[in-house]
Write a protein that binds this ligand. Structure first.
Ligand code: ATP
Length: 413
């Protein structure tokens, strides 16, 4: 269990090392204060995976370093039952002149492992890295991927109660990343807690039970991952939005499940939303691999020079399975005048694995040709749920969708 109460951290920014000296000698202030974290509180229960999201410089790494005891907060309390380990900035806690093996002992000791524990686990740690004889070379000769292998292996073998996972993992090659993810999954299954910092929102949605959104060192949102991630992504879109009318973000209301989360400027209104089959009959379920029409009508309250229309399909984990809008499809819809209705119909084939899928819609104005817009007018999340049922004529497969495989077999005598 981790409890973080009211934690704050300030950094002193000096323009040059000389300023630091001048400050000591003259006792005048030669630095600027930067509040990297302000009054952050949260808990991580045993077995829980907590996500941390936020833009560059939000304070995520500072928070991880505090949890790992590498830096001390100026205010607040952190209480941890057991050890917190993980991959911090590559090379932290290593001595570049020492070999990989020597660093296992040095870094392992820093992570609270005894000499006996290290002797017993040394071979396991080395084997996990798959570094071969390079483990006996000084680590100054290592690539960043090799350092990451060593750092990860020591951290996961140090018997932590909580493991910190951040973007440092992405330094590893695809093979080792998969190996790390399997080790993290095994750690989670044994009841370990995880704190996961990432800019990959689909990964956060898949892995995290709860999520924390920080911005400029402040805790902006904390709770159910899906709602926090939607809110975070909407905040980013709000920054990009250049329209005259303010883009209001609406958070999911846990009390009233009928209330949809999303964003709007009030300049476009949704009139209806339906799923239709190929015979234009309204449906709420469909056999996998059949065609579906996503059909909606909107009413404008202002002229839209170049309106664009989109849909988002998400699975039960909240992962985006497919997202498309007319701008990314290379379309340039005609001008749509104020106080007019528009009927939008996306025809899609549905080769998805049976299950429930949520549909969201988005309407924007003036596309940049790459799926970003000058004005974001309306987004409504989880407007409709479509139940995809098995198609008896289909092959049996596992995964997300039917890739309709063809196989060629050739036997040699
Ligand atoms: N050692 C330091 N000295 C001075 N300022 C620092 C130091 N470390 C971080 N900062 C500042 O503190 C703020 C938070 O930085 P932090 O690295 O925690 O952000 P982050 O959310 O991890 O960003 P990113 O997503 O880019 O990794 C930033 O403004 C950064 O410049």
């Amino acid at each position: 269990m981790i409890t973080v109460k009211n934690v704050s951290k300030n950094y002193r920014i000096y323009h040059s090392p000389a300023d630091r000296l001048k400050e000591i000698v003259t006792r005048k202030k030669y630095h600027k204060d930067l509040k990297a974290l302000s009054g952050i509180s949260f808990t991580v229960s045993d077995g829980e995976t907590l996500g941390i999201v936020g833009e560059n410089g939000a304070g995520k790494s500072t928070l991880l370093k505090i949890l790992q005891g590498v830096i001390i907060p100026d205010e607040g309390e952190v209480s941890v039952t057991g050890k917190v380990t993980g991959l911090l900035e590559l090379g932290t806690g290593f001595n570049s002149e020492l070999s990989g093996v020597e660093n296992i002992y040095m870094n392992g000791t820093m992570l609270g492992m005894s000499r006996e524990e290290l002797d017993a686990k040394k071979d396991e740690i080395i084997n996990f890295t798959e570094l071969g004889d390079a483990i006996y070379d000084p680590i100054k000769t290592y690539s960043s991927g090799m350092l990451m292998r060593l750092g990860f292996s020591i951290a996961i073998h140090a018997d932590p109660a909580c493991f910190l996972v951040d973007e440092a993992l992405s330094v590893g090659d695809a093979y080792f990343q998969q190996k790390c993810m399997r080790a993290i999954q095994a750690f989670k299954e044994k009841g370990g807690s995880i704190i996961f910092v990432s800019h990959d929102m689909n990964a956060v949605r898949t892995l995290c039970d709860r999520t924390l959104f920080i911005d400029h060192g402040n805790l902006i949102d904390y709770g159910n991952t899906k709602d926090v991630v939607d809110f975070y992504q909407n905040k980013i879109i709000k920054k990009i939005h250049c329209g005259k009318a303010e883009l209001n973000i609406k958070k999911a209301d846990t009390e009233n499940l009928e209330e949809r989360s999303g964003m709007n400027t009030g300049e476009v209104e949704l009139v209806s939303f339906k799923f239709l089959n190929e015979d234009n009959e309204e449906i709420s379920s469909i056999e996998s691999e059949k065609n579906v029409k996503i059909d909606y009508i909107i009413k404008t309250k202002k002229d839209l020079e170049e309106p664009h229309f989109g849909i988002i399909i998400r699975n039960y984990l909240g992962q985006t399975i497919f997202q498309i809008e007319t701008d990314s499809m290379g379309l340039k819809p005609n001008k749509l005048s104020a106080f007019h209705l528009a009927h939008i119909s996306f025809l899609l084939n549905f080769p998805l694995f049976p299950g429930k899928y949520s549909f969201s819609i988005g309407i924007s104005n003036k596309g940049n040709g790459i799926g970003t817009f000058e004005e974001y007018l309306l987004t409504i999340y989880d407007l409709g749920i479509l139940n995809v049922v098995p198609n008896r004529a289909s092959i049996l497969y596992s995964g997300i969708f039917n890739m309709k495989p063809k196989v060629e077999l050739c036997y040699f005598e």
